[in-house]
Design a protein around this ligand. Structure first.
Ligand code: SAH
Length: 356
């Protein structure tokens, strides 16, 4: 059954006309629906009884339920969002250190086909793509929970399960609804798409000119290490994804972020820091160093963990001494298994249903 998350105003107008209803209120219905986080109170809109009934029967049911909620000591809230066919994805709400705001993280696919060795989302492979409405539903759940915390959902990253650029159309359609001032109202610049580095799709995203941010999951400056961690590197090696990141900047005027999941004795050496600095030459992109969040054995059976603090600081120092803008991005929600894909695995098939 569809819900209002499946429509933009133009589509809703056509749907209303097809059902013999006056389409005048389509835009307003959607605006109110998003404002009320997907819980439309029809009393506030002057619609006919027939249209009210039509909306109630056909479009006002949610397509997703929160199956599990898990709150960490640091305030991070992880939601397991389930759909009618039994598929489940993770969405995360991270209260900012600044009062009154929070960041959200959504999934783009159920599972993930990329096979990155340190990531839990991919251990069971790809189940299916999400459709735009299913991505928007995650946004609305996060917005509702942020409101309940007295915070504004300020930013949204596609860093949950899946590779967003392999579900390109659904992700772009969802972003159009989420960012639209008359729908989700988040704003284009508040959205970040994170990719493992699918070169043609990075160029395609740049051509869409959406004014959104791009994050590139680099994780290693050399092809040997990167291919081990990120199998997609065999198709799109470091030099090609870095060139694509630079083209993204030239085309859109928006500088990508480089994500570097730092792993003990794998990609944390001073030599690799030097190599990374070399790759960043004349490129203003920020490097986010993310200490690896251990997930146990990865796809290959290898177990990865974060380096000691001193080692991470040494890596950071080398980058900075070479003029690279770099930060350590503290992992959030460690105590609730907040690394990608861990909640779903933990929930297994025995989750505690919480209703919606
Ligand atoms: N497929 C996309 C988006 C999803 S992963 C991408 O690769 O960018 C989002 C981010 O979380 C990526 O940078 C990914 O490498 C990182 N990540 C996955 N597992 C992690 C772990 N165990 N510890 C730290 N970061 C992890």
């Amino acid at each position: 059954m569809p819900s209002l998350t499946d429509y933009d105003p133009c589509q809703l107008r056509s749907e209303l006309v097809a059902g013999g209803h006056n389409p005048t209120h389509a835009a307003r219905i959607l605006r109110e629906y998003y404002r009320q986080n997907g819980r439309l109170d029809l009393v506030s809109i002057p619609v006919t009884r027939e249209l009210r009934q039509h909306l109630q029967i056909h479009l006002l049911s949610r397509r997703s339920k929160i199956l599990l909620k898990s709150a960490a000591m640091d305030g991070t809230l992880k939601l397991l969002v389930g759909f009618d066919d039994g598929a489940a994805v993770e969405s995360v709400l991270m209260p900012s250190f600044r009062a009154g705001i929070a960041a959200g993280c959504v999934s783009s696919q159920v599972g993930c086909p990329m096979g990155c060795d340190f990531c839990a989302s991919t251990r069971r492979g790809l189940e299916r793509n999400l459709d735009p409405g299913e991505i928007v539903e995650q946004f609305l759940h996060l917005k509702e929970h942020a409101d309940a915390m007295g915070r504004k959902l300020q930013t949204l990253v596609f860093m949950g399960m899946g590779e967003p650029l392999l579900n390109f159309e659904a992700v772009v359609t969802a972003i159009r609804r989420i960012a639209d001032p008359n729908l989700g109202g988040l704003g284009w610049r508040q959205v970040t798409v994170s990719t493992v580095g699918i070169v043609p799709e990075i160029d395609r995203l740049a051509a869409e000119n959406l004014n959104i941010h791009l994050a590139l999951s680099l994780h290693a400056p050399d092809d040997a290490t990167r291919s081990r961690l990120v199998p997609a590197n065999r198709r799109y090696p470091v030099s090609e994804i870095m060139a694509a990141a630079r083209r993204f900047e030239t085309t859109t005027g928006r500088t990508p972020n480089i994500e570097y999941c730092i792993i003990r004795d794998v990609n944390d050496s001073p030599e690799q820091a030097e190599m990374l600095a070399g790759l960043m030459k004349d490129f203003r992109a920020h490097v986010n160093i993310i200490p690896c969040n251990p997930i146990g054995a990865g796809v290959s059976g290898t177990v990865y963990s974060a380096p000691l603090r001193e080692r991470i600081l040494e890596f950071l120092d080398i980058l900075r001494s070479r003029g690279v803008v770099a930060h350590i991005r503290e992992t959030r929600g460690d105590d609730i298994n907040a690394a990608c894909g861990q909640l779903r695995e933990m929930a297994n098939d025995n989750y505690v249903p919480l209703g919606s």
